[in-house]
Ligand binder design. Structure first.
Ligand SMILES: CC[C@@H](C(=O)O)C(=O)SCCNC(=O)CCNC(=O)[C@H](O)C(C)(C)COP(=O)(O)OP(=O)(O)OC[C@H]1O[C@@H](n2cnc3c(N)ncnc32)[C@H](O)[C@@H]1OP(=O)(O)O
Ligand SMILES: [Co+2]
Length: 135
């Protein structure tokens, strides 16, 4: 693992939260992106070597909508940057971690992403990210 790539924050209304985080961080977001495969609208704020990823559900089947049915708005997942996605998946499988998806899928901000199931990671939803151009 290289660094914390981003913290994913589940929000009900992206526009309202964009303004809140702009005031909190004292800087504007640098990107908004829709990821249809995850049914989310996202926005990104840069913070040193890491980012905050705000996520609003696009429909009720989205993981974010399901999460907000049971939880308040807040930190939804932590994403780690990895250099070699396939090697990292194999290493973590050997360590006994369970993946939600083992085949990397297209995430936001030009990344490949996979998720580990929170039941094997102390209740924390973990995402691994690698640059889209590498895999
Ligand atoms: C924008 C793209 C990408 C990026 O580039 O960064 C993203 O970040 S997309 C983000 C949204 N997508 C995902 O989260 C995909 C991965 N998540 C899932 O597949 C599901 O959300 C899940 C984690 C498998 C849970 O789904 P499901 O089993 O249908 O929901 P339940 O409500 O039944 O939960 C089961 C179990 O898991 C616990 N849970 C659910 N979400 C989280 C969470 N975010 N953090 C920690 N724990 C979580 C939930 O509490 C249940 O626990 P128990 O009650 O103890 O069984
Ligand atoms: Co994410």
């Amino acid at each position: 693992m290289i660094k914390i790539e981003h913290l994913g924050i589940a929000v009900k209304d992206l526009e309202t939260s964009n303004e809140l985080f702009r005031k909190l961080l004292g800087k504007p977001l640098y990107k908004e992106e829709t990821v249809d495969s995850e049914a989310v609208k996202t926005s990104f704020f840069e913070l040193g070597e890491s980012k905050l990823e705000l996520l609003e559900a696009m429909n009720e089947d989205s993981a974010i909508a399901k999460y907000l049915d049971k939880n308040r708005e807040g930190i939804h997942h932590i994403a780690f940057a990895v250099e070699d996605m396939n090697a990292e998946i194999q290493r973590l499988k050997n360590e006994g971690f369970q993946f939600i998806n083992e085949t990397p899928k297209e995430g936001a901000d030009n990344k490949w992403v996979v998720f580990l199931h929170p039941k094997t990671t102390n209740g924390v939803l973990v995402e691994l990210c690698s640059d889209r151009k590498i895999l």
